[in-house]
Design a protein around this ligand. Structure first.
Ligand SMILES: *[C@@H]1O[C@H](CO)[C@@H](O)[C@H](O)[C@H]1NC(C)=O
Ligand SMILES: *[C@@H]1O[C@H](CO)[C@@H](O)[C@H](O)[C@H]1NC(C)=O
Length: 862
């Protein structure tokens, strides 16, 4: 086709033959097959686990089966909650035995020293004071005899678990991994420059107390120069490195050498922006010890996280091999890293890092990334410009005419991307509005129809209509389709420049997307395929295979991480929004350059409309029982529940409220789903109904998150008083002393009770808090009361003494000065729970998981 133009060159006129429509399904099938064969297999790929039999032939290697055996022993102890005999006595003995076994097989060149730390302290955890007394750490130092190097490598995991959970993955698996790493290193005859401190910490779930105790108080804390932190927010799969540094790019140099890399800057940025409802010891080591390090965790199968289903039987042995190989390699490398001797000298900027399908790692510094992003932007804009120039030269359209068309298509593209986002958000709002959110919680594939389809529809509708309207355009169909891609490329370049300017390192995603598009364009320009409609499409398709694979791989990993988290990230936000936004962002990258190719098929409009029809079909599926979010045992709905006796005292000692009830704290968006069952317990009230009258709602809030969730939490008065396993908390005002004249006074209290208590402090009348014996941050920062103190103890159950200094300038101390509320929580006492709340627990549907305990709440004026 074509004719000689006045420039005497071939002009591709409108290509009349679009491809037959029935090639379209094959085209989509092609991408789907790539996804299934490459992404879906690699994302779950685990190495073959080594067994006892392999030990003789693999003397330097991590033996997964050994780690598994250790985990069997550890989980046999049962839940390991701070303050319980399991955690404070049995597990400590377990470590003494395990370390003795390592000592027995250790090479002569090493010495292994075990220290059990007991510590008391406090720190600020978000808005609450987090105070601990007599909690424990098992600390093991492995070093070469005679080695006097004082710079240690620290490896941390925690052996405590949440109440009711065997804590197999979280974090028993990492404890077992560390013990096996210790054994393999200790028994091989290889030199090691730096001593290694293995910290098995006994209070992470409580939250993060033991790491604080170690890094602020332990004798070896100051020696620890680098950290490997091992935790779990899921069960099994591949552990991901999601935080590094900060500001220590050299760490990545060592991580890059691990056999099974899985790491991403995106994870780090999301985590540090607070988008992940979790926290790890990594933050404590960083903030209180300035120790740089690597933070790794299991993230897949987060459904069982912090439930009784976090069991050994769902944890694959191959996961041990994956993590063990990595941690062992990393430990060997870091224990010989010269950087440990002077880490400050190597502190410079952040890293951009990512793996490709777990095959290899790419990393460079943020500064490099800015340069790369800028070069790619400039080259992309240049290439687009050159392409436009050739279009004008080839088509006989004037330069201006091409520019005008590009301008129109660019406008269409921007509107299309906005439309795609708008449609996805519309679905999100709709699904939440009809109370059918989380339909994909178990059925992840629903996301394809609910979100990917409307996004593709939104991206392709206007371009399809435009191309139909401009059938007779002198600029060929192939060129106009290229203009759509160029528009998308320019949109991405703008986005990349903005993200780079605000120092978002994840801008590298956009860079990669643009990079591969430009490769295709450059190939097209060089080969002159860009003149021929189908040929350039082939170059684009081939060049999109890598980025498509990569972006869908990360997108799947992000979904597999975030979906289970939506089951515990609170009731206030619409989780559909998160998924809609995530799908849109990734679609920009994995579908943005593929969608325009749809326009080559006949019946384009019908094909595009199929995506709309698909969306509607999936919405229908999602609102029917097929879209029911939960499944018993494997993907449960989470509740916390306390059977409480609460007594609020007046100033004269009489009681204002004295009642028992059930406090229900739902953890996800479908807080109404079990409404009927919950109402069968008794008359339900929103907790927020009580918050105007009483300090912290007059309720046994367990931590600061409970206060945030008051609007969605329920209080159900019932007649039975809980049978608590030991005495109620006793708060005694020991003495008051005058400080400065008659206006300032010190109140001196002592408190006894169960191992988990909350202390609420408020001032009355015109009293002002001057100081207290808890962590001073809230006072120093002049935060308005009431204040929340979370207190727990491990081995040391002696009374907690605390003082509060107050000032009253206009009233006297005859009127109430302080209001103090004490919550008592028996979180790990199974027997009491079965007597107290089991009848009510039985009313919850089978797809729920209820973490339940008994408690008390009392408040007094002083
Ligand atoms: C609080 O009172 C107890 C008992 O009277 C006393 O031993 C302790 O020193 C007092 N503490 C302070 C900080 O005044
Ligand atoms: C507040 O109390 C703490 C401990 O009771 C004490 O160490 C600190 O010096 C006091 N701060 C002020 C400003 O008085």
């Amino acid at each position: 086709m074509g004719f000689k133009s006045k420039y005497n060159i071939d002009v591709d006129y409108e290509v009349p033959k679009k491809l037959q429509w029935y090639y379209a399904p094959a085209f989509f099938g092609f991408w789907f097959v790539i996804y299934l064969s490459l992404v879906n297999t690699q994302i779950n790929h685990l190495p073959k686990p080594l067994t006892h039999k392999d030990e003789a032939t693999h003397p330097r290697d991590f033996i997964a089966q050994r780690a598994e055996d250790t985990l069997i022993e550890l989980t046999r102890i049962g839940p390991r909650v701070v303050g319980s005999v399991n955690n404070e006595v049995t597990t400590i003995q377990f470590f003494r035995d395990e370390v003795a076994k390592v000592q027995a097989v250790a090479n002569d060149r090493f010495e292994i020293e075990l220290d059990v730390q007991q510590a008391t302290g406090a720190y600020m955890h978000w808005t609450m004071v987090n105070m601990y007394q007599g909690i424990q750490n098992v600390v093991v130092r492995l070093r070469e005899k005679g080695n006097t190097n004082e710079n240690y490598l620290l490896i941390n995991s925690h052996y405590d678990s949440v109440p009711g959970s065997p804590g197999a993955a979280d974090d028993g698996s990492m404890v077992a991994t560390m013990l096996e790493v210790m054994r393999v290193i200790a028994k091989t005859d290889e030199s090691m420059d730096h001593p290694i401190v293995f910290l098995f910490n006994g209070a992470e779930e409580n939250p993060l107390q033991a790491s604080h105790a170690f890094i602020t108080q332990h004798k070896w804390a100051k020696n620890c120069k680098a950290l490997i932190n091992l935790d779990a927010a899921g069960n099994g799969g591949r552990e991901v490195l999601f935080q590094s540094g900060p500001n220590h790019p050299w760490l990545m140099k060592y991580y890059r050498k691990v056999p099974h890399p899985f790491a991403n800057t995106l994870g780090e940025e999301m985590f540090q922006a607070g988008l992940i409802p979790s926290d790890t010891d990594f933050r404590i080591f960083r903030d209180y010890g300035g120790v740089p390090g690597l933070d790794m965790a299991y993230i897949f199968n987060g459904y069982v996280y912090h439930t009784k289903f976090d069991r050994l039987n769902v944890f694959p042995r191959a996961s041990f091999q994956h993590t063990g190989d990595n941690v062992l390699a990393l430990t060997r490398a870091l224990a010989n890293a010269p950087e440990l001797d002077d880490t400050a000298a190597y502190a410079e900027g952040h890293n951009v890092f990512y793996d490709f399908l777990g095959w290899f790692m790419i990393f460079y510094t943020q500064t490099t990334s800015i340069i790369i992003n800028m070069i790619v932007s400039v080259v992309a804009l240049l290439a687009v410009g050159i392409s436009l120039y050739f279009m004008s030269a080839r088509s006989g359209c004037s330069w201006n005419a091409v520019l005008v068309r590009f301008g129109i298509i660019f406008g269409i593209q921007i509107v299309s991307l906005a439309l795609a986002l708008g449609l996805a958000l519309l679905v999100a709002v709709f699904m939440d509005g009809v109370e059918r959110s989380l339909s994909w919680f178990t059925q992840m594939w629903l996301i394809i129809g609910l979100y990917l389809f409307p996004i593709i529809f939104g991206m392709s509708l206007l371009p399809a209509l435009y191309l139909e309207k401009t059938k007779k355009d002198p600029l060929s169909l192939g060129f106009r389709i290229q203009l759509i891609m160029h528009s998308h490329c320019v949109c991405l370049v703008i986005l990349m420049i903005v993200l780079t300017a605000v120092e978002i390192r994840s801008a590298y995603f956009i860079m990669l997307s643009v990079f591969f598009d430009i490769i295709a364009l450059i190939i097209n320009l060089i080969t002159k395929w860009h003149r021929k409609a189908y040929w350039f499409a082939i170059a684009v398709t081939i060049c999109q295979i890598l980025p498509f694979t990569y972006f869908t791989y990360i997108c799947t990993a992000a979904l597999k991480t975030l979906i289970p988290m939506q089951g515990r990230s609170g009731s206030s936000a619409n989780p559909e929004m998160t998924i809609a936004l995530l799908m849109w962002l990734f679609s920009l990258m994995f579908a943005g350059f593929i969608v325009p190719l749809i326009m080559f098929f006949r019946k384009t409009r019908t094909i595009v409309l199929c995506f709309l029809a698909g969306t509607i079909l999936f919405i229908i599926i999602a609102v029917t029982p097929a879209g029911f979010p939960y499944q018993a045992k494997t993907s449960v709905q989470r509740y916390a529940l306390i059977h409480v006796h609460r007594v609020l005292h007046n100033a004269d000692g009489s009681t204002r409220i004295d009642e028992s009830g059930i406090y229900v704290y739902p953890q996800d968006r479908r807080y109404n789903i079990a409404e009927d069952e919950i109402k069968a317990i008794g008359e339900t009230h929103k907790v927020s109904e009580f918050c105007d009258e009483e300090m912290f709602c007059g309720m046994p809030l367990y931590n600061h998150r409970w206060h945030k969730a008051r609007e969605y939490s329920l209080w159900i008065p019932i007649s039975e008083t809980p049978a608590v396993p030991s005495a109620y908390p006793i708060l005694t005002l020991q003495e008051t002393t005058e400080l400065e004249g008659t206006t300032q006074r010190r109140f001196n209290f002592s408190l006894t009770g169960p191992d988990h208590m909350t202390i609420f402090v408020n001032v009355k009348n015109d009293a002002k808090l001057l100081n207290w014996s808890f962590n001073e941050t809230l006072i120093r920062e002049n935060k308005p009361p009431p204040h929340f103190v979370y207190f727990s103890y491990g081995l040391d159950n002696s009374a907690l003494e605390f003082t509060i200094d107050v000032e009253k300038t206009t009233s006297t101390f005859d009127t109430p000065t302080l209001e103090i509320g004490i919550g008592g929580h028996w979180v790990h006492h199974d027997i009491a729970r079965s007597q107290g709340v089991s009848a009510h627990l039985d009313r919850f549907p089978s797809y729920t998981y209820v973490q339940a305990w008994v408690g008390t709440y009392e408040s007094w004026y002083f």
